[in-house]
Design a protein around this ligand. Structure first.
Ligand SMILES: Cc1cc2nc3c(=O)[nH]c(=O)nc-3n(C[C@H](O)[C@H](O)[C@H](O)COP(=O)(O)O)c2cc1C
Length: 201
């Protein structure tokens, strides 16, 4: 594994400020070694009891076809897309498929459900830390991501279509991944003084 300092010796704090959510990607696959490095850095996230609860299903190349079909089928079940053969519906499905196929990699990030609610919260939180670590590491490699939470993540049949059991696992996010075509402007953040209450006595 390459050290991040060998990849791009910019400061982590700068990365934290400069990383942006990416909505448009270049038509270029990311080398699997780079993606492995990114997720390896991600896995240095804090994790109570060293559970390392994150799991990743990475869809790329023709592997995206069945994944995208499962998304469309879910949208039809949910009612976001009609089930008829109207030319408008067909056109909508085609453009959605084209849009999703143009994203080089889709990563479904999921964890095993825990019965104990405290453990469940801990593990869900650790997966979120893993995701943000991965986003920051990706930025160092020039790779962009979009963290998405979508309606199909909550559709049991969608999970079954991609080989997951909703009784056993929960999807935390679907990450869209690729080299950025365009980096959105920094929208800035609220001064932290507005959110910070210091209690000193
Ligand atoms: C839990 C979570 C879910 C998100 N879901 C979406 C999403 O479904 N679609 C989207 O365009 N952006 C999504 N985002 C990205 C935010 O819109 C983005 O972080 C925000 O606009 C700030 O932009 P920045 O990440 O470039 O600083 C999500 C972010 C988080 C943390």
């Amino acid at each position: 594994m390459r050290k991040y300092s060998e990849v791009n010796p910019i400061d982590i704090l700068k990365t934290m400020k400069e990383r942006r959510s990416i909505h448009t990607f270049k038509q270029q696959e990311i080398e699997s070694g780079v993606l492995k490095d990114i997720f390896t850095y991600g896995s240095y996230a804090p994790t109570h009891y060293m559970k390392e609860p994150w799991n990743i299903k990475l869809y790329q190349e023709t592997g995206k076809l069945a994944f995208i079909d499962a998304i469309i089928a879910s949208y039809q079940r949910i009612g976001m897309i009609k089930k008829d053969n109207d030319p408008k519906t067909i056109k909508m499905i085609e453009s959605m498929k084209k849009f999703l196929m143009a994203i080089p990699h889709h990563a479904v990030i999921y964890l095993e459900k825990e019965e104990d609610p405290i453990r469940y919260e801990e593990e869900y939180s650790a997966v979120c830390a893993f995701i943000q670590n991965s986003q920051l590491a990706a930025w160092k490699y020039g790779v962009g991501m979009l963290w998405t939470i979508t309606p199909y993540m909550h559709d049991p049949e969608f999970l079954s279509d991609i080989g997951l059991d909703c009784k056993v696992v929960k999807i935390v996010a679907v990450m869209q991944i690729g080299y950025p075509e365009k980096v959105p402007r920094d929208k800035g953040r609220t001064p932290i003084e507005n959110k910070l209450e210091i209690i000193a006595d």
